[in-house]
Design a protein around this ligand. Structure first.
Ligand code: PEP
Ligand code: MN
Length: 353
């Protein structure tokens, strides 16, 4: 169910409707929009008596949402969700969603302070606003590098202070979720955990944006339902990320499904990023697919960059070199206006010195 408030409804009227919903033992999710506020109702087993709600002051109408995902649906919120990141003190504010494209760049794993700083300096100099780096790694083999854990989180916090880059890093379980939420600006939930419902619910209790990667074999509905899990707990700042799915094709590591971009944009107001690194697994494919992603309407790119990929502890074969990243930024800046977007390149050369 969805309560659509009148355009001129006051904050007090919105609060009164939320209180009424909560008194019925249900959950109210106020979602402010450009024109009006909508209040999603969850927790109902059957029909909610809409008459009483419709009679409250400031209410325009009460409508049924037929989709299985409600809070993630465009039916509930017409305009695109824009997630705002205030300035870190170095450089301007940043956003994910909306007209400006977001670029998240960095190594697959934080391997050392030197490695992380060298890459951060490079990506900052090319205009990235977000830095990624794995601290907790979900590896296929238990013998493979598992990440530096808290030490990596500390290194990334220093990178944030030094270069003004916002930090995006993955949580793989409840324990790492707490630590990541404490240190990072965006909490990543990886492809392998896309249907870890207890982890999603915990991420929903955070008041930090969550970057949710598409599962290796997830349908669009399953992907949006995973986002719904996070939102149902009150965290509405979810960023979707297409990172390729498993198919019979073996010329790439995964098959990057760019056709999900228009499908997501039609059904949901949430931002959608594309990860051409895990999506292809091949360095030479990263730039072409990044270009295609922006052309297809993605809200930005998440990309693995390494200064010495030949000795990287994870995903070296798909990590691009810093000079390729600089070229990618140049190319995306040119493609962006063709599709009505803008690539903010807030180059922190001074800060990087
Ligand atoms: C990653 O971003 O390093 C990662 C492990 O991604 P995914 O969950 O998409 O495999
Ligand atoms: Mn990786």
């Amino acid at each position: 169910m969805l309560v659509v408030m009148k355009a001129q409804a006051t904050p007090e009227q919105i609060q009164a409707v939320c209180d009424h919903i909560e008194q019925l033992g249900l959950r109210a999710h106020p979602l402010p929009g450009a024109q009006r506020t909508a209040i999603g109702i969850t927790g109902n087993k059957g029909e909610v008596d809409r008459g009483n709600i419709e009679a409250l002051s400031g209410v325009a109408e009460v409508i049924r949402v037929s989709k299985p995902y409600k809070l993630a649906s465009r039916d509930v919120k017409e305009e695109d969700t824009v997630i705002r990141f205030p300035s870190t003190g170095i450089g301007p504010d940043a956003t994910i969603g909306g007209r400006d494209l977001a670029v998240i760049a960095g190594p697959c794993s934080i391997e050392s302070r030197e490695q992380a700083f060298a890459i951060a300096e490079n990506v900052a100099a090319s205009g990235a606003q977000f830095f990624r780096g794995g601290a907790y790694k979900p590896r296929t083999s238990p013998y493979a590098f598992q990440g530096l854990g808290v030490e990596a989180l500390r290194i990334m916090a220093e990178i944030r202070d030094r270069f003004g880059l916002r930090i995006v890093t993955e949580a793989i379980d409840n324990e790492s979720l707490e630590l990541v939420a404490e240190w990072a600006d965006v909490v990543q939930i990886g492809a392998r955990n896309m249907q870890n419902f207890s982890l999603l619910k915990r991420a929903g209790k955070l008041r930090k944006p969550v970057l949710l990667k598409r599962g290796l074999s997830a349908t669009l509905d399953e992907f949006l339902m995973a986002a719904e899990y996070v939102m149902s707990e009150g965290n509405y700042e979810v960023i979707l990320c297409e990172r390729g799915v498993r198919t019979f094709a073996d010329h790439t590591r995964n098959t990057l499904d760019l056709s999900i971009i228009p499908a997501v944009r039609r059904l949901s107001h949430l931002p959608i990023l594309v990860d051409p690194s895990h999506g292809t697994g091949k360095r030479d494919s990263v730039l072409p697919m990044a270009r295609a992603a922006i052309a297809a309407g993605a809200d930005g790119i998440l990309v693995e960059v390494h200064n010495h990929p030949e000795v990287a502890l994870s995903d070296g074969q798909q990590s691009i070199y810093p000079d390729q990243f600089a070229r990618m930024m140049d190319e995306l800046a040119q493609i962006a206006p063709v599709v009505g977007r803008n690539l903010p390149r807030d180059i922190r050369v001074e800060a990087a010195k």
